[in-house]
Design a protein around this ligand. Structure first.
Ligand SMILES: [Zn+2]
Length: 431
């Protein structure tokens, strides 16, 4: 039934069939097969590749491509790992790479084997026809993005910064896709990312028989702290990016944020609000609980993991507020942190992206947005490289795209993949 798959769809499908699942906390099924596939394809284009394996199976691949014009270089990067998928909840095999109703289904279809495929197909299109990209490119396929990039982008940036020499800007995932604003298509360009703090709470108390009167129960104390953090209603604070986004959304939707409030404007943007609401404030979500081992034994410790996403630069202030909120009896330690980013919605790259989307989808406005999650652009920022989220996809209005990320039945329209490859090819040739 899959008569003629485009090159991009073929690559994306092949990549989905490698179950490169990252379970977190160092546990992973490995990215080696996906990385090997991509490396072979890059080598087939005559490119010299560099591959790194800081831990068994955790392979990242980097290649440099010479541009027509020397000058500032551009990094094009994607990650090859995916989050786990519970097949029992899916309509299709999450690692089958199935094509159904004109869409490619599978874990990684939008995060981000789609963009990996678009990157490779664009390069193939350009190089195999004897052309060159305009700028020098560093093309990187990283491992371990879904666990903060410690064994992927961070490792490569720390150990092989020379591969990024001359590069000033980067593009990657979670931006460049279209959204539906009450019947009107618009595009979101990701110009910033919230900061990330992964914290662990620990409560301690006496270990004891489950039948005793124990007011200092570690589980009870932890549960109270977790509930306080999870219910915390962080106030809206707009940054330059989110203010301009909310104002622009308000203008396009005919709503005045000062009258109806910022949340109402964002909610009126439909499914896009799934991406945007969390970017107006800090979020502190409890995600993992651990305590106890027997029904009639009170454990002496109970712990919880909290996924904290603050606005750029607010990490310390938020942690201080959390300490206040949970009181001195609960320990809080930081397991992993990464910086927030906020880049200007202006300059030559932004102008080029806006112009290209205008050519490929005339009349559709392009809006800046701050991403609630993080990407490997955080690692590249350590080298002074300004990263944007631009994996261009023209999407049907009825696809709930935010729900695809780490979601069940992740899928992407084949036509969107081909649209993205065309835009990306034009960007590499013309920027
Ligand atoms: Zn991703």
């Amino acid at each position: 039934m899959t008569a003629e798959l485009s090159r991009t769809a073929t690559i994306a499908r092949d990549l989905i069939r490698f179950p490169s699942v990252n379970w977190g906390a160092g546990r992973s099924d490995g990215e080696a097969e996906a990385a090997g596939y991509l490396e072979a394809a890059l080598q087939a284009l005559g490119l010299e590749t560099h591959s790194f394996e800081p831990a068994p199976g955790r392979v990242s691949v980097v290649a440099r491509v010479e541009g027509r014009n020397r000058g500032p270089g551009l990094v094009l990067h994607g990650h090859t790992d995916v989050v786990p998928a519970d097949a029992a909840n899916w309509t299709v095999d999450p690692f089958g790479g199935e094509i159904r109703d004109g869409l490619l289904w599978g874990r990684g279809a939008v995060d981000m084997k789609d963009m990996d495929a678009m990157m490779l197909a664009s390069l193939e299109d350009i190089l195999s026809s004897g052309r060159q990209p305009n700028r020098d490119l560093t093309v990187a396929f990283f491992a371990d993005e879904e666990a903060g990039g410690v064994l992927g982008a961070h490792w490569v940036v720390d150990h092989h910064p020379e591969l990024f020499a001359g590069a000033t800007e980067a593009i990657s995932e979670v931006g460049g896709y279209s959204i539906d604003l009450a019947g009107r298509r618009a595009y979101l360009l990701q110009t910033g990312e919230k900061a990330l703090v992964w914290a662990k709470l620990t409560a301690r108390g006496p270990a004891s028989h489950g039948s005793r009167l124990i007011r200092d129960n570690a589980v009870t104390k932890l549960a109270e702290a977790v509930a306080r953090i999870g219910r915390k209603d962080w106030p809206i604070r707009l940054t330059e990016t989110t203010r301009s986004l909310v104002d622009e959304l308000g203008r396009l939707l005919g709503l005045d944020p000062k009258q109806v409030g910022e949340d109402a404007v964002v909610l009126a943007s439909g499914t896009a609000s799934g991406f945007i609401l969390a970017t107006l404030r800090t979020t502190t979500n409890p995600t993992v609980l651990e305590a106890g081992y027997k029904h009639n034994v009170i454990p002496d410790t109970a712990s919880a993991l909290i996924d904290i996403r603050t606005l750029p630069g607010e990490e310390e202030a938020v942690l201080a507020e959390l300490r206040e909120l949970i009181g001195p009896d609960i320990e809080i330690e930081t397991i992993h942190t990464d910086i927030g980013l906020e880049n200007p919605f202006q300059g030559p790259l932004v102008e080029k992206v806006v112009a290209l989307l205008g050519e490929h989808d005339p009349g559709a406005p392009v809006l800046p947005y701050l991403m609630s999650g993080g990407t490997d652009n955080k690692s590249l920022a350590q080298l002074g490289i300004t990263g944007y989220g631009f994996a261009p996809l023209q999407l049907p209005a009825d696809l709930n795209f935010p729900a695809m990320f780490h979601g069940v039945d992740e899928r992407v329209p084949l036509a969107s993949l081909d649209f993205g490859t065309k835009v990306l090819t034009d960007l590499l040739l013309g920027y």
